[in-house]
Design a protein. Sequence first.
Length: 94
Amino acid sequence: MHTEPLKQHILRFIHLDSAQLEVVLSHFTSFSFKKKEIILNPGSICNYDYYITSGALDLSQINTHSGTEEVLSLAISDYWITDLDSFRNRTPSN
């Protein structure tokens, strides 16, 4: 797992020694996604809060009336994104 961007991000907000930082990093999992890959389908529960090291992710939904995709949030490198309601409350995503 390439952790340097995440390490630097964490250390901007809190001072940790290397042992403490390794404990924190042990709670993270690295993922790679293809462009346009759907990583959370409607009705699924969101299990992750994603930290973007490179590229971008969008949070979108399909408008049930028009059938069009609506982008609700966009995250680029060095930013976080999740379906907050689903992630926090363990409820199915929309």
